[in-house]
Write a protein that binds this ligand. Structure first.
Ligand code: HEC
Length: 111
């Protein structure tokens, strides 16, 4: 327990936001793996929050992207400092998984 507390303090001190973890085996959990790993979304959207990139959680985000289609468009096309994740780089399935993770993050916050 003490170790966990110390670890938590250490992580906080470093200013990094550990991305929340959805239940194992869900589509959102697969999406998190991709978000943090392969596609490096977490570098610019730490824990789904504002970094170099915009906040991907909260009422303003949900207002800007009420449907998955518009989130999808942003990821496929990029924009500003965000790279485009075209089909040659990210499969349709992976795209759906990543969106499921972003939606899950929003559901957590809305509760
Ligand atoms: C190099 C930094 C960078 C990376 C990597 C990155 N993004 Fe972004 N992202 C941005 C920036 C900057 C914006 C704001 C774009 C703009 O101003 O048009 C943004 C915007 C977004 C938006 C729209 C936010 C809004 O409120 O309209 C979504 C959704 C998003 N990113 C998802 C992702 C996902 C998913 C990944 C990984 C597959 C990713 N981003 C990787 C920098 C990044």
């Amino acid at each position: 327990m003490t170790v966990l507390v110390v670890l938590a303090m250490f992580v906080t001190a470093c200013g990094s936001t550990p991305p929340p973890e959805p239940p194992v085996g869900t589509q959102a959990a697969t999406g998190r793996e991709l978000f943090v790993g392969e596609f490096g979304c977490n570098t610019c959207h730490p824990g789904g929050q504002k970094g170099v990139g915009r906040d991907l959680v909260g009422p303003e985000f949900r207002q800007r992207h009420p449907t998955d289609a518009s989130v999808r468009e942003q990821i496929r096309n990029g924009g500003g400092q965000m790279p485009a994740y075209g089909e040659e780089r990210m499969s349709e399935q992976q795209l759906q998984d990543v969106i499921a993770y972003i939606r899950w993050l929003n559901e957590q916050q809305a509760q």
